[in-house]
Design a protein around this ligand. Structure first.
Ligand SMILES: Cc1cc2nc3c(=O)[nH]c(=O)nc-3n(C[C@H](O)[C@H](O)[C@H](O)COP(=O)(O)OP(=O)(O)OC[C@H]3O[C@@H](n4cnc5c(N)ncnc54)[C@H](O)[C@@H]3O)c2cc1C
Length: 302
């Protein structure tokens, strides 16, 4: 393990101050949120920032309901604050499922949503349900603020569409339509391990139980989370029966681009993607059907 030295530290009190620092500084800057990824990488000598900009003073930790059926999650919301949020639990239960899979209580108390997304590990657990939900990322930096579609956020392992002088401030997710079910399932070797493969799904059904929209996002089986559009589209207009689900899972397997690494090999990951996709779709469909059933009495919609 390397020594943690050779860098400066600064802690702005608000966004304006952070933007000024990013605009003026000639040094290589790294935003520092919970530090649970950053410190490990710095100690291993993988990154050597000249300036650590501690962003914990920026008050970006709100989780709130917005007009037009949108939900905002501040980038500095900790993983545990996600787990404790009734709003997230009721609107996006699969984000809770992903958060509960992550690390330990101690890491979840420090680690943030923004850090998990901006670190851009292909195995990042929150990336998959967040991408499957859809919405936008809000960013500020040396050139002011901008918004980007979450679909465009990840560009490679450890790389996002943010410049080195921008910070993520919040993500704004679209509330799911009625009769939507979600699920996140991942495979790991032991309790504290990163995912070998993970799948997040959303399915929305109509009153006959037919699928009217679907999203499938695969994690840890490509350089970025993979939005398996072709697999999801194959489910539209089906009753999400065994055949339809297995077909979508086979397409998802074909779309995955896993590698061999210390945790497992590419062949195993491909098989895992297929099985996880089947399980996640079955679970999401069951949850959507439960909502539909809860809204009907004696076969009539109430
Ligand atoms: C023991 C252990 C177990 C773990 N288990 C898991 C796991 O199961 N699943 C999982 O997904 N992850 C896991 N992690 C990784 C890590 O805890 C999470 O990714 C966490 O959410 C990172 O958040 P952070 O606030 O600590 O990020 P930081 O370490 O502070 O930052 C990570 C990266 O993102 C950048 N960054 C942070 N916030 C912003 C922002 N708002 N704008 C722009 N850039 C930003 C930083 O500059 C840095 O490059 C684990 C880590 C450890 C040490």
């Amino acid at each position: 393990m390397g020594k943690l030295d050779g860098f400066d530290y600064i802690k702005p009190n608000d966004i304006e101050e952070a933007c000024k620092i990013m605009a003026q500084e000639g040094k290589s800057i790294k935003p520092f949120a919970g530090g649970t990824d950053l410190m490990v990488q710095m100690r291993a000598g993988k990154i050597k920032p000249e300036l650590l900009m501690d962003i914990k003073g920026l008050r970006l930790d709100k989780i709130q309901y917005l007009p037009e059926n949108k939900i905002s999650i501040g980038a500095l919301s900790t993983i545990n604050s996600i787990i404790e949020s009734e709003l997230i639990r009721s609107k996006f239960p699969f984000i809770i499922e992903a958060a509960e899979e992550m690390a330990s209580v101690q890491i979840r108390n420090r680690g943030t949503v923004g850090g998990n997304l901006c670190n851009a590990a292909p195995s990042a657990d929150l990336a998959q349900p967040i991408l499957a939900t859809g919405g936008i990322a809000k960013v500020v930096g040396e050139n002011g603020s901008r918004e980007m579609d979450l679909d465009d956020f990840f560009i490679g392992p450890g790389k996002t569409a943010l410049s080195s002088k921008e910070i993520l401030t919040e993500i704004i997710l679209d509330e799911l339509p009625e009769y939507s079910g979600t699920a996140y399932i991942r495979l790991k070797r032991n309790a504290m391990d990163l995912a070998l493969a993970g799948v997040a799904t959303v399915v929305t059904i109509d009153e006959e139980g037919k699928c009217i929209s679907a999203k499938i996002v695969l994690g840890a089986v490509g350089p970025t989370p993979i939005i398996a559009e072709e697999a999801a589209n194959s489910l539209i207009e089906t009753k999400l029966d065994k055949l339809a689900i297995e077909k979508a899972a086979s397409i998802a397997e074909d779309l995955s681009k896993p590698i061999d690494d210390v945790r497992t090999n590419a062949w195993y990951r491909k098989k895992a993607v297929k099985n996880l996709t089947i399980k996640a779709l079955e679970l999401a469909n069951r949850r959507a059907a439960e909502q539909l059933n809860a809204n009907t009495k004696g076969g009539q919609t109430i």
